[in-house]
Design a protein around this ligand. Structure first.
Ligand code: SF4
Length: 338
């Protein structure tokens, strides 16, 4: 039996005949939820985690098995930084990031095909004219196979969507990554997401109506989430039917509001067993054509307060696949939309 879910690497091989590697670019965006929320944003927001590992400065001394550093928030995006005007970047800095990213991926993976990935914070959170200049610069800097823009549902009005759609003139594929996190409004309030489910659905439908690719991010195992709330998340995924999905288990990172709740004994992160169970439950109930780009969160160990014993990605994927095969389960086998 092959992989029991629609894996990202297999879908890239099928669609393009080769892998495409993402070059993470931090263009200095902020996030409206951090600005409106005293600098904290979502209660789990790990400001450092929004950047590709090879683009993070000041963390090179930490390894895969580093111990936890509880005062890591002194290294995080501080409130002075986030009060700056939303879009502050230098073209030379962007160029340096692109060159550094491509060189790293070539050396590490012998990569030859690349996607530009605007990953950090909310990458449509700036006036359209500024976005047009930035996107144009990035798209002109390399022959990308894909342009991926990660953002929030409340940062996508018609002007921004039209701009993203126009980027297809310069790049064959333009993908919007949109955070849903939970299909339950009560969980979204508890997360302090600053938007509701209806806002997400409106944005997702507009992305699809423009013919842009849509990748949805969800987060499972948040305190208060039971099967009913997971079912609500599944219902929203099925309603918008994205091209791709990223599933994250809740990680509690240093310097977040959730970390304070964790220290108080009021928040826990899901165990390996719970995340395997939640993931299989979700995968079985969504269409088999949704590409699964991610199945767990990978907060570096020095920032991760909990779960400390969660295995690395390869081990987790092995455990998940073994469990799915033992159950005779596959993505979409319990999807109600057949
Ligand atoms: S939307 Fe993303 S960047 Fe903004 S506060 Fe939430 S997790 Fe952080």
């Amino acid at each position: 039996m092959s992989c029991p879910y629609n894996s990202y690497s297999a879908s890239l091989m099928e669609k393009h005949g080769h892998r495409i590697y993402r070059v993470g670019i931090d263009a200095g965006f902020t996030c409206p939820n951090r600005l409106s929320n005293g600098g904290q944003g979502c209660v789990y927001c790990d400001s450092l985690g929004a950047r590709a590992a090879y683009q993070r400065k000041g963390e090179s001394s930490f390894g895969r098995d580093s111990g936890f550093v509880s005062d890591i928030d002194t290294m995080s995006c501080n409130s002075n930084d986030i009060q700056k005007k939303p879009l502050v970047y230098e073209e030379q800095d962007i160029m340096n990031q692109i060159e550094r990213g491509i060189s790293f991926l070539r050396q590490r993976y012998k990569a030859e095909h690349f996607a530009a990935y605007l990953q950090s914070f909310s990458n449509t959170f700036a006036p359209v004219e500024e976005l047009k200049k930035l996107y144009g610069f990035i798209l002109g800097a390399y022959t990308w196979e894909s342009f991926i823009v990660s953002t929030r549902p409340d940062c996508l009005d018609d002007g921004r969507l039209d701009l993203l759609a126009s980027c297809r003139d310069a790049c064959p594929e333009v993908c919007v990554e949109l955070g849903l996190q939970s299909g339950s409004d009560s969980i979204l309030r508890s997360m302090k997401r600053g938007h509701d489910v209806a806002c997400f659905i409106r944005a997702a439908e507009k992305v699809k109506a423009r013919g842009l690719s849509l990748c949805v991010h969800v987060l499972t195992g948040f305190p208060g989430e039971g099967k009913a709330e997971l079912d609500e998340t599944i219902a929203v995924i099925n309603a918008v039917h994205p091209d791709a999905l990223k599933i994250h288990n809740l990680n509690i990172a240093a310097g977040t509001e959730l970390y304070d709740r964790f220290l108080d004994g009021e928040a826990t992160a899901p165990s390996l067993t719970r995340h395997v169970s939640n993931t299989i439950y979700l995968l079985r109930r969504i269409p088999s054509d949704i590409v699964i780009e991610r199945l767990m969160c990978e907060t570096p160990k020095h920032r991760l307060a909990s779960p400390r014993l969660f295995p690395d990605k390869n081990r987790f994927l092995g455990i998940l696949e073994k469990e799915m095969k033992a159950l005779g389960a596959a993505q979409g086998d319990l999807w109600q939309g057949h």
